[in-house]
Design a protein around this ligand. Structure first.
Ligand code: NAP
Length: 257
C-alpha cells in the first residue's frame, strides 16, 4: 500500500533511539525525509548514515523553547517545508509524590510535555501550508498510574488532553492530531528501567506474563507502524484519537487472558 509519504519532511523528536529510531527507519522505507531532533549526536548520525537517508540531524535540547524554535527555523531553511511532526522524546524520570519535590515535579512536567507544545507551536505555520499531521507519543501510565512517577504521568496525561485540544483547534487547517499510547516497549529506555530492579529477568517475566496478547513486549517497529499510518493521508479522517498499541495491556481483562 502506498502511504503517500514520499519526499514528505517529518520531524521526529528523540529519533536517535528506541521508538523514535523505528519511526525514522520506517519513514525512510516509505521514501519520506526524517529530521531527527535529539541530544544524542553519535546515535543520530550513525543511524542516518546506516540508513543512507536524505534526512538531517539537528542537535537539540528539547527542554529549551529557544532551541526548539531554532531547530524549526533550520528545517525550514533546509527544506522549505514541514509535513509532519512526531512528538516522541520523553523519559520516565521517577519523580514521585512522597519521594519528589515541587521543583523536580515542575522540571519533569517541562521535560516531558513542554517540548510537545514548543514544537507544535513553532512548526504550525509550516504544517498549515501542507495540511500536515501531528502524532504525539503518550504512555499507558497516564491512564493506569504507575506509582512514584507523578511528573511523568502528569505530563503524559497533559499530552492526551493536548491531542484533543489541538485536533479541535486545528480543524480549520485540516491538520490532524492523534496520540499513540505504548505500554511496555523494548527500547534502551525500557532496558534501563528494567535493569533498575534487583532481578531484571524476573521483573521482565512478571511484566510480560500480564501482557494479554502473546505475553511479550511490544516492539518499537509495531509502534512505528501505527505512527506512520497516522502521519499518512491513508488515515485522512482520523483525528483527536488515542490509539493504544499495547497488546491489550491497558484494557483487556487480565484475569481471563
Ligand atoms: P529512549 O529509548 O530513551 O529514546 C529516546 C531518545 O530521545 C533518546 O535518544 C534520548 O536521548 C532522546 N531524548 C529524551 N529527552 C530528550 C530531550 N529533552 N532533548 C533531546 N533528546 C531527548 O526512549 P523510548 O523508550 O523510545 O521512548 C520514546 C517515547 O515513548 C517516550 O515519550 C516515552 O515516554 C514513550 N513510552 C515508552 C515506553 C516504553 O516501554 N519504552 C512506554 C510508554 C511510553 P538520551 O538517551 O541521550 O536521553
Amino acid at each position: 500500500m502506498d502511504l503517500y509519504l514520499k519526499d514528505k519532511v517529518i520531524i521526529v523528536t528523540g529519533g536517535a533511539k528506541g521508538i523514535g529510531e523505528a519511526i525514522v527507519r520506517l519513514l525512510v522505507q516509505e521514501g519520506a525525509v526524517p529530521v531527527i531532533l535529539d541530544k544524542d549526536e553519535l546515535a543520530s548520525k550513525k543511524l542516518l548514515e546506516e540508513i543512507q537517508s536524505k534526512g538531517i540531524f539537528i542537535k537539540t535540547d528539547l527542554t529549551s523553547s529557544e532551541a526548539c524554535k531554532k531547530a524549526v527555523e533550520e528545517i525550514n531553511h533546509h527544506y522549505k517545508r514541514i509535513d509532519g511532526l512526531v512528538n516522541n522524546a520523553g523519559s520516565n524520570d521517577g519523580v514521585g509524590l512522597e519521594h519528589g519535590s515541587p521543583e523536580r515535579f515542575i522540571e519533569s512536567m517541562n521535560n516531558n510535555a513542554g517540548h510537545f507544545y514548543f514544537m507544535a507551536h513553532f512548526a504550525l505555520p509550516y504544517l498549515k501550508i501542507n495540511k500536515g499531521s501531528i502524532v504525539n507519543i503518550g504512555s499507558k501510565t497516564s491512564v493506569t498510574g504507575q506509582g512514584n512517577t507523578s511528573g511523568y504521568v502528569a505530563a503524559k496525561g497533559a499530552i492526551l488532553s493536548l491531542t484533543r485540544e489541538w485536533a479541535l483547534e486545528l480543524l480549520p487547517f485540516s491538520i490532524r492530531v492523534n496520540a499513540v499510547i505504548p505500554a511496555e516497549v523494548h527500547t534502551p529506555l525500557y532496558d534501563s528501567w528494567i535493569n533498575s530492579f534487583g532481578n531484571p529477568s524476573e521483573k521482565l517475566k512478571s511484566v510480560t506474563s500480564k501482557i494479554p496478547f502473546e505475553h511479550r513486549l511490544t516492539t518499537p517497529h509495531e509502534i512505528a507502524n501505527t505512527v506512520i499510518f497516522l502521519l499518512s493521508s491513508r488515515s485522512s479522517h482520523t483525528t483527536g484519537q488515542w490509539v493504544f498499541v499495547d497488546g491489550g495491556y491497558t484494557h483487556l481483562d487480565r484475569s481471563i487472558s
